[in-house]
Design a protein around this ligand. Structure first.
Ligand SMILES: [Zn+2]
Ligand SMILES: [Zn+2]
Length: 169
């Protein structure tokens, strides 16, 4: 198993081509369709994206730093995004509809819409802080959390008007 981000990225690019060939074996009409180009997302919590117009799949490169992130990208995210392109080409499918789900199942990957990776620390991902008011729990950004810690700002719930307090972890 590759360990560096650069090696893992090359591995994912190769495996994307291999998976596209498997799609072609299962759905022969895809054999004449070009292999999608792979691009890399540099920030955010999205594991992958499919661009139907540009025929591109993109994956979250910082996730490759972590073993659990790498395992989410390959094979789940790779197959998830390729299935968007394949289902669009064959069935004019958009989004996570029945055609897309059916393809995921046939390719042997669970048709999950989102991943459950802890995204704390990924570039461009804000940590959320748990606070409480009279109606329940709310999540605050680090910017707001720091203002409360510094005492420069008090936040009240718009509904119950109670001052937000830090929730116990
Ligand atoms: Zn999707
Ligand atoms: Zn409230």
């Amino acid at each position: 198993m590759p360990t560096s981000v650069a090696e893992r990225a090359r591995f994912v690019e190769r495996e994307t081509r291999t998976w596209w060939d498997r799609f072609g074996t299962t759905y022969p009409r895809l054999n004449r369709v070009a292999t999608p180009k792979v691009e890399w997302l540099r920030r955010g919590s999205t594991a992958g994206r499919a661009d139907l117009r540009r025929w591109v799949v993109a994956f979250n490169r910082p996730m490759l730093r972590r073993d659990d992130g790498f395992r989410i990208i390959l094979p789940d995210t790779v197959v998830h995004e390729l299935a968007h392109l394949a289902a669009f080409h064959l069935y004019d499918s958009r989004g996570h509809d029945a055609a897309w789900r059916g393809m995921m199942e046939r390719m042997g990957v669970p048709p999950r819409r989102t991943h459950d990776l802890d995204v704390t620390g990924l570039p461009g991902v804000q940590r959320r802080w748990r606070y409480r008011c009279g109606c329940g729990e709310v999540q605050l950004s680090t910017t707001r959390h720091n203002r409360i810690l510094r005492g420069t700002q008090i936040y009240r719930c718009a509904r119950c008007h109670r001052q937000l307090e830090r929730a116990e972890d």
